[in-house]
Design a protein around this ligand. Structure first.
Ligand code: GDP
Length: 453
């Protein structure tokens, strides 16, 4: 089976030097190239390899060249597909001309497509252009790499950045590539047998009276239920998986199997509802499931079900229960928690609200200037702490992905932050930008252009 190579796509206004860069990359001695059959005139593709990372490089040159208006050109079918399927966009700009509105327009389109991007500032072979390169940070993509496609300077650094980003992306595989506003939101309802998962799904479907269908999926086991809520469609994934553990209960392998079923559902979900039995409380098993959710980068809501059975016990009970649960599921302190009853329907509508809120948070994108104001503020109060390196400064930061929100902090030296400092940053980000119920990923990188300074 052919492996799909990651797609790197060059975009930019006409005459910024995309084709020169394209030829420079695929023609350079350190990149291995072979022609791809079936490529079109307007969009040229070639495979390339850099530092053992293979990717397909696409030049959208023809597509942009035909018109002065890049936005108009963006709708051209081939180019648009290239943009939509791109794993990484390289926005090529002209360092001599400086930042133009056409660059802003393309940047805006890139953001609307929700693709990760970096900036190649071309034609920076003279010192003046090199000095002017700073303004391109405004585009909101990092890093910005000064190059000269014609002379080849900076191209190796650019390729380093490209493969670095592809590797990062690969590490996050399966979490990205969704449309900015998903038409459907995948919800996984997971938890141990008999906590009331099926009852909860039935309740949600009944309440909304909007059951679209019980859809038999492509495989025998997959059964999803669709539910319309306000303007959204929630797909409750793998409802068959949640029933299976019940049957296995008698074989004594309950716990392991329920984690397996959960894992499958989690894969397909945007937001996971971890159901806990109010009488039984949480177990280690819930901890493992929660760990899966965190690792997979999904949003999470903790639903304490069967609250009808315990609510007579007063506020103290409620507080103690919550404290204990928070303690048991320590690393999920960011997950919103709700007490509800699938039997009586108490607070089940609120669950949908929470799910939606978490889904939104997971897709939140913080604008680079806003993010950097925030970084300045908190580093002024709490400078970075990293093991070993003394004078670590955060130069700037950028959000490179959503779902889950992923941030890169660029520093003056290659380093890692101290664990506690990293946690501090994550918590601050969470608070400031209201990242409720979603994991946050954080990377630290040395700013590339600092090596050429
Ligand atoms: P699942 O294995 O997690 O899907 O659990 P089920 O939905 O099959 O529920 C297990 C048992 O708990 C059933 O007997 C349900 O009637 C009961 N149950 C589910 N939700 C509630 C609830 O909110 N309150 C009470 N009292 N019982 C519930």
């Amino acid at each position: 089976m052919p492996i799909r190579l990651p797609q790197v796509v060059l975009v930019g206004r006409p005459n910024v030097g995309k084709s020169t860069l394209f030829n420079r990359i695929v023609g350079s001695r350190r990149a291995i190239v072979a022609p791809v059959p079936g490529t079109t005139r307007d969009v040229i593709q070639q495979p390339a390899v850099w530092q053992e990372v293979a990717f397909t490089l696409t030049d959208t040159g023809g597509m942009f060249g035909a018109s002065e208006d890049p936005l108009h050109q963006l709708v051209l079918e081939h180019g648009q597909r290239a943009l939509r399927t791109a794993d990484l966009l390289v926005l090529v700009v002209d360092g001599r001309e400086g930042l133009l509105s056409g660059d802003h327009a393309i940047a805006k389109t890139i953001r609307s497509l929700d693709r990760p991007a970096l900036v190649a500032i071309n034609k920076t072979d003279d010192r003046r252009a090199h000095a002017a390169a700073a303004e391109f940070h405004e585009l909101g993509f990092e890093p910005t790499v000064p190059i000269s496609a014609e002379h080849g300077t900076g191209v190796a650094e650019l390729l380093d950045e490209i493969v670095e980003r592809l590797k990062e992306r690969h590490a996050n595989d399966g979490e990205e590539g969704r449309a900015p506003e998903p038409p459907e939101l995948g919800i996984a309802i997971v938890g141990r047998p008999n906590v009331g998962k099926s009852s909860l799904v039935n309740r949600l479907l009944r309440e909304e009276r909007m059951l679209v269908s019980d859809m038999p999926g492509t495989t025998r086991d997959a059964v999803d239920a669709l539910l319309r809520w306000h303007r959204r469609v929630f797909r409750i994934v793998d409802t068959a998986g949640m029933r299976r553990p019940g049957r296995v209960a008698r074989s004594g392998k309950v716990e392991a199997i329920s984690v397996l079923a959960a894992r499958r559902a989690i894969e397909q979900a945007d937001v996971v509802v971890l159901v806990i039995d109010a009488v039984e409380g949480a177990t280690d098993q819930d901890g493992s499931i929660a760990g899966e959710v965190e690792r997979a980068g999904r949003g999470i809501v903790i639903a304490v079900n069967k609250w009808d059975l315990v609510k007579g016990q007063g506020a103290d009970f409620s507080d103690t229960f919550d404290d204990k649960l928070r303690f048991q599921l320590k690393f999920l302190e960011y997950a919103p928690m709700i007490h509800l009853s699938a039997r009586t329907g108490e607070r089940t509508p609120k669950l949908l609200e929470l799910i939606d809120k978490v889904a939104q948070a997971r897709r939140t994108r913080v604008k680079t200037p806003e993010l950097n104001r925030f970084v300045e503020e908190i580093t002024a109060r709490n400078p970075p702490v990293s093991p070993g390196s003394r004078h670590v400064r955060i130069l700037y930061a950028t959000q490179t992905a959503v779902a889950p929100p992923t941030f890169v902090f660029f520093t003056n030296v290659a380093t890692k932050f101290h664990f506690s400092y990293e946690r501090f940053l994550v918590n601050q980000l969470r608070e400031r930008f209201n990242f409720v119920g979603t994991p946050i990923r954080l990377h630290v990188r040395r700013r590339s252009s600092s090596r050429r300074a």
